[in-house]
Each structure stands twice: as C-alpha cells, then as structure tokens.
Design a protein around this ligand. Structure first.
Ligand code: PLP
Length: 366
C-alpha cells in the first residue's frame, strides 16, 4: 500500500468512515466575505442552515461572526438550534404546513407565508400563547414554487394586516429553485416596486425586502443600485463558495470547506462490462458501460442511502461507475487503491444535504 505519497488517499483503521470533514475556518471566512460583499450595498444576509441540517457548530460560528438571522426549511432543525441555545432570530424558510403551526409558534421567530388559512391559524396560536409572530409574505415572480401571485396581494393584505398576533415584517421572492428562473434586474425591480407600493398603500414599515438566495449574486454584482432589496437568504454561497445560476466559484471564497471520505471495501481487477443477460438494476434502469477491457474496480462502503452519489467528485483521477443503496463502484484507473484506503471527494449541494442528513456518516469538524 503506498497511500502515504498520495495526498487524497488516507489509510484508516481506527477512524470511523464514511465521514464528512468540515473545515470551520473556511466556512467562517466565506460567511465573513459574503456579509462584506452584500453589506457593501446595504443588503443584510440571513444565513441558511438547511444544507447542513442545522449543524450547531456551524450555526454558532455564523452567530459569532455577526450573522443575526438563521433560516432553515425544517422546523425540526430550528428546534434543535434553539434548544441548544443558539442566539439567533430563527426564520422558517419553507411555508409551513397547517399541521406544524403550533411548533412554528413555539420555535420560529419569523416564518415565510403564502396561505391565508395558515396565517389565520398562526394568528390564533399566537393569541393563545400571548405572543406576536412575524411573517414574510412570499410573492410569486416566475420560478413557480411558493408565492402569492402579485395581482392577488390586494386581496391578501387587508386581511393579514388586521390579524391579531401577526406582524407583517416583509415580502420576499425565491428564484432558481424550481423553474430555474434568474433573479434579474427586471424581477428585482418588480419586487422593489411591490414593496414601495405596499408601504405606501398600507402605511406599513415593511422592513424586510428579501430578494432571493445564492442565485442573486450575478444580479447583485452587476447592479449599481439594488432598489428596495435589503435582504438575501444565503446558504450555498457560504457553505460551498458558489453562486447558483451556473455554479461559478465566487472570487475569494473557499469551495472546499467540506470533504467526504469513504473507505474501499473491495479492490479487484475485473472486466469493465457486466456479463450475462442484462435486465434492470436497482435504480430501475438498464445500465450500459463502455468496453475498456479489464480494469481495477474498487467498491466503497457507501451508496445512495447515505449520499447523493451523483453529487460527489473524486479528488483523484478516478471514475464513479455506478452505485446501489450501499455500494459505490469506482474505476480506479491508475490510482493504486487498496482495501482500507479512504477516498476523498468534493461535494455539490445535493451531496452535502444528503451526507449531513445521514446518521451513517460521521461528521468531523476541523
Ligand atoms: C434553500 C432556500 C434558500 C437558500 O438557498 P441557497 O441557494 O442555498 O442560498 C433561500 N430561500 C429559500 C426559500 C430556500 O428554500
């Protein structure tokens, strides 16, 4: 085994694998930079923790460097952070289910909302608990996931404004998540104009105008004026250092704060193409493989139950040939990979999300 002179292979006999290695100083650097970049034009950054399943280590470092709001799509993650004493204003990003409203009342300081029946119920729960819950209304601007159609606002707002226990603190829009729609100047101007007209018409301060997520970087960096937009909800740019329209790295940010390691459990020279009669594989597809003669095939002890394998990129010159629920098969090519070696991968957002959610993957903070 000559792992010692290959930087992205480690031999582990007493470490727990698979594992995610999480570099907290790189995330700290990224979060500081993101605050600096957006702060330069008066935009406040809410850090989004759903990609790391509400990790307490990461939540605490974000608060330590001056982030005030943490957003997550799962109330369970918010509860975990709040129960652990993380000192933030917690924002529930996914518009809540009617059945979750009691938990929302208890744990989320602000929630994103689009449905009157849900807001009515939140109002009742807030009254019962003698509290006031802040909400941000999400407006549909074309990506076609959550949001109220702009021409319906006149129907929603008068009702919401008079509800006891509810304080409308902002409006927001989301982009590049479902429909892949860009948050461009036109969309941002539309949101700004809506904010201005709501403030005027209803005499509301409406302090938060939340223009989007990590996909807003290109709009932001190419715009002198940001209009009324004063808030963005940023996950991926802080965690993985990228904007999300074309996944370009943001200059000065780390894209490698997370490294995934998995262990080789079999290493053998075998044919490159399966032999016998071919039917469906475990994914329900008829797989096909290129004929490359005999190759060194290495099996890793992880599969799609643990990680979105398609979101992994090996840090060595290896190919992922395929995977099943608990195995991933590599073409080791010229790398001398042996049983017991740990193979390192960079992750995309999907792989990050799946790994951080998986109880089968150890998390190592460095
Ligand atoms: C996930 C999410 C975000 C954060 O998106 P990133 O691309 O990770 O910055 C922002 N807003 C909403 C509503 C989300 O669901």
């Amino acid at each position: 085994m000559n792992a010692a002179n290959q930087p992205f292979i480690e031999t582990h006999f007493n470490h727990s694998l698979p594992k995610m290695e999480i570099n907290l100083s790189k995330i700290t650097h990224n979060a500081r930079k993101i605050m600096e970049i957006y702060g330069a034009k008066g935009i406040q950054v809410m850090a989004v923790t759903k990609g790391v399943c509400g990790s307490l280590e990461i939540a605490n470092l974000l608060i330590d460097i001056g982030i005030r709001q943490l957003g997550d799509s799962k109330i369970e993650n918010i509860k975990q952070m709040k129960d652990a004493g993380v000192q933030a204003e917690f924002v529930l990003l996914r518009t809540p289910a009617l059945s979750q409203i009691e938990a929302v009342t208890e744990y989320a300081d602000i929630s994103m909302q689009t449905e009157l029946v849900v807001i009515d119920h939140l109002s009742q729960c807030a009254m019962k608990n003698e509290t006031v819950k802040k909400i941000i209304l999400m407006i549909e601007l074309g990506d076609l996931r959550e949001g109220i159609m702009p021409d319906q606002l006149a129907h929603y707002l008068p009702h919401i404004i008079q509800l006891p226990g509810i304080e409308l603190v902002g409006i927001g829009a989301n982009f590049a998540c479902f429909g892949g729609v860009k948050p461009d100047t036109e969309k941002m101007n539309t949101l700004s104009a809506l904010a201005a007209s709501i403030r005027k018409q209803y005499a509301l301060p409406l302090p938060i105008v939340s223009g989007g997520n990590s996909a807003n970087y290109n709009w932001f960096s190419s715009s002198e004026e940001v209009g009324e937009i004063n808030h963005l909800r940023i996950g991926e740019s802080i965690l993985l250092g990228r904007e999300t329209l074309s996944r370009e790295a943001i200059p000065g940010l780390y894209t490698d704060a997370f490294t995934f390691y998995s262990e080789v459990i079999e290493s053998k020279v075998k044919p490159s193409v399966p032999y016998g009669q071919i039917a469906q594989n475990v994914l329900g597809v008829y797989p096909s493989f290129d004929e490359m003669g005999d190759i060194r095939r290495c099996i890793l002890g992880v599969g799609f139950q643990d990680v979105l394998v398609s979101g992994l990129t090996p840090l060595l010159d290896l190919n992922i040939m395929g995977f099943s629920s608990d195995h991933t098969v590599l073409n080791a090519k010229k790398v001398d990979l042996q049983v017991g070696d740990a193979v390192a991968f960079s992750v995309n957002y999907g792989a990050l999300l799946s790994i951080m959610t998986s109880s089968a993957v150890a998390k190592e903070y460095i």
